[in-house]
Design a protein around this ligand. Structure first.
Ligand SMILES: [Zn+2]
Length: 159
């Protein structure tokens, strides 16, 4: 899927899970871009191109960074640096949603280092499914942020 969808789908999911918390929503959106660090042409790869080239050369695209190993590594890293649990969950939502979304556009090596490709579909990266999922992500994110604002404003007015 496209970078915008990789950011907006986990943003929508996190906004529901964390009831519109803007910081956790943003965390999930940014984490949703992270697995494409193995592609120098991606949104994150263009900003960290040296690392992106190295990862692509050593591991290949949609391999280690698109696997359950990556999800476990970021969770472990989060625990090691004592991140609050909600942030670790938001990061895992972002990375895991990326893996699932890419499984719909050609597949990923979910069980890396196994070479078995996990494929849920072969939809084009910038196709109709990408746009539909992006739209759902936008609606969920905006809707939950509005709900959160109303709750916060009600709390301020009532006490
Ligand atoms: Zn990807």
């Amino acid at each position: 899927m496209s970078g915008r969808t990789h950011a907006l789908v986990p943003a929508g999911l996190a906004s529901v899970v964390f009831q519109g918390d803007p910081l956790l929503t943003l965390t999930a959106a940014l984490a949703g871009l992270a697995p494409d660090i193995d592609e120098p042409e991606s949104v994150i790869g263009q900003r960290c191109w040296l690392l992106a080239w190295w990862i692509k050369y050593v591991f290949g695209h949609r391999t280690m960074s698109h696997s359950l190993v990556m999800v476990a590594l970021v969770a472990l890293l989060g625990f090691c640096v004592a991140l609050p649990i909600p942030f670790i969950v938001a990061i895992c939502v972002g990375v895991l949603s990326h893996v699932v979304l890419d499984a719909y556009s050609g597949g990923v090596l979910l069980w890396w280092p196994s070479k078995t490709r996990w494929v849920l579909g072969r939809y084009p990266v910038y196709g109709v499914l990408d746009r539909i999922l992006m739209g759902i992500g936008v609606l969920l994110t905006i809707g939950m942020l509005i709900v959160r604002m109303q709750i916060e404003m009600g709390t301020i007015q009532n006490g």
